[in-house]
Every structure is written in C-alpha cells, then in structure tokens.
Design a protein around this ligand. Sequence first.
Ligand SMILES: [Zn+2]
Ligand SMILES: [Zn+2]
Length: 265
Amino acid sequence: MRMMSLASGSSGNCIYIGSESTHILVDAGISGKRIEQGLNEAGLTGRDLAGVLVTHEHNDHIRGLGVLARKYGLPIYGTAGTIREIGRIRQLGAFPEGIFREIAPDRDFGIGDLLVQPFSIDHDAADPVAYRVKCGNRQVAVATDMGHYDEYIISHLLDLDAALIEANHDVRMLEAGPYPYPLKKRILGDRGHLSNENSGRLISRILNDRIRHIFLGHLSAQNNYPELAYETVRLEIDESDTPYRADNFSISVARRDRISELITV
Ligand SMILES: [Zn+2]
Ligand SMILES: [Zn+2]
C-alpha cells in the first residue's frame, strides 16, 4: 500500500491511499488543481481515482469535492449526516445524480481491493468518522479532527503499518493566542481537536512491531509549529510506558502547503 498527504492542516486536508490497482482520497479539502498536482507526484491523475472518503462536512475537508465529482464522476462516501450537510453547502455547486454512497461507522465496505473500515470520532460535525483502510495484510489509517481519544478509537488504530494522526495545536500557544474565547473553548473541548501532547499519548498506545511511518497532521496555522508538534510527540512517546521509542520508526509532519513523501508499506 501507498500513502501520501497532498495537504493537511486547518486550511485544507486531502490524503491519498492506494494499492497497485485501487486509488482513493480521504477528504478533498483543497482545490481540484492542487489535488491533480498532488496525484501527478504519485504518477496518477484524477481519472485513476476510485472514490473519495469524506470524514465530515467542514470546509477544510470538502472544498474541492464539487469540482472533483463533476470532473470525474467519482463516488463520494460519507455518513448520512455528512452527506446531508454537504448537500446544504451551496458553494460546492451541484453534484451529479447518484454520486453519494452512504456509509456507517463500524460497517466495513470494499472499493476495488481495498477494505475500508469507518469508525466514529467526536468532533463538532453531524456524524464524523475516521478511516482505516486494509489491503491484504497491510493497513493504514487517517484519524484527525478528534476532540479526544478513547479505548474505542485506540482499538481501531491497532496493528497499523502507517497512519496519519492529528497533532493540531500546542495548548499553551492556543491559550495565549489571538483566538476569541469561544473558539479556544471549542478547539480544546471534547468535540474539538487533538493537542500535540494528546497526539503523542495516542500514538504511544498504538505503536506495534510493524508500524513503519506516522504522519502528524491537521496542524493549526496559528497555534502550532511543525517542529514543536514533532518534538512534543516524540517526547510523549519516549516518556510513555510503551516498549517502543520515537526513533524505532519514522515520524514526519504532513504540511499544510506541500505534498508529503509517498510512503510504501
Ligand atoms: Zn472539522
Ligand atoms: Zn478539519
């Protein structure tokens, strides 16, 4: 399997996951043009895509969805709540008839040779999910926009070969920063976003012998720095009681404005 972040952050999210024969995106929160450019880096075009998995209806996850749907007629997968909310967003334009495929948390489905496992996350959207994707004995996951994590979420992130996990903000930067109080409260709340510290703690819980790569994603532009997220997560892993250490596998920060490396597991 291969995985690459085309963009990740509060300003736009789009993650490529693929096998030899099936290629999909998790979210389409950047322009159609940037998606096309990103796919080209992996030797693909939009025509090679078999579908888009949407996590939730926030703009940073769906901005490019209308363009992509009209250009390629791709199936769009989302929960009933997500599809309903997307239908209400006029700026996305009209979607081709019958393009949406309703999915539900913990109900697995196939796209080509990929098995997709959606699972619920707590976030201030209608019915948000994260996705785990399997092909043969390989599996990767994308889990962002989570106010917190619990044993249910951990159980869906075990035995992975690679993952993109949210490291949204540094709590002190957020608290001292310019955001209005209600927004700070929202981000820090149970249905907000995962801090660097909590990201490191979650990652410590899901480490295993096979994991090769972890992307830190969905960084806030205002309340985080890539270096700070990277160092904080590593420190949390090294201070945790997991037998693994941060230098046992590779960690990189998926950036807002550029394509990540294309990893193969
Ligand atoms: Zn969101
Ligand atoms: Zn988001």
